[in-house]
Design a protein around this ligand. Sequence first.
Ligand SMILES: Cc1cc2nc3c(=O)[nH]c(=O)nc-3n(C[C@H](O)[C@H](O)[C@H](O)COP(=O)(O)O)c2cc1C
Length: 198
Amino acid sequence: MDALPSFYDDLDGFRAEGWRRLAEGAGGRHSPFHTPALATVDAAGRPRLRTVVLRAAEARAGTLRFHCDRRSDKARELARGGHAALHVYDPRGKLQLRVEGRASLHHDDATADAAWAGSQAMSRVCYGLTPSPGTALDTGDAYRLPGEDAEARLSRENFCAVLLRAERLDLLYLDRRGHRRAVFSRDGEAWRGTWVAP
Ligand SMILES: Cc1cc2nc3c(=O)[nH]c(=O)nc-3n(C[C@H](O)[C@H](O)[C@H](O)COP(=O)(O)O)c2cc1C
């Protein structure tokens, strides 16, 4: 039987593992943590879910960053109060991570500029999509993406970096010898954690 992971009975280690995996996911597209599901709530209080690419995870600040089009449903939903959650399950690592927090949208500030500067040309063109994301089309191909250079300015206008300030983490590790689940909440700049029944 496999050795138990070092975080198995180590509460601080478990939280650190969560952030380590998030940072790894932000840095590499082969990790399941690279493409978490993002949950928002619509104006009627109904849940909405979609995949996003995780662009950054800062354990010290407790923040996550992803990018979206400011004309999208998710941007509108995040702008209304900012409540959001992320979910990842890594079947190989048998680790589920849930993050809940408040999101802030950055369109024309230093955070947005830095995120734009760090993004690749092929990612940038997505933000120049016409018509806007979610618009009904007569045929599946009745939309247009700009060239990488000519209309980059248009794409920048629609680009939005989203910072999710984590307020609650819920980690679940599955093991035949006994699952381990822990919940962590922000306590000022620190985190308060407890094991919970899985
Ligand atoms: C692998 C994958 C990665 C994606 N990454 C992003 C992303 O980083 N940002 C984004 O806005 N949409 C991303 N999408 C598209 C969204 O999942 C979604 O379909 C689209 O943004 C519309 O969502 P909305 O109507 O809720 O705004 C991704 C989809 C997939 C399948």
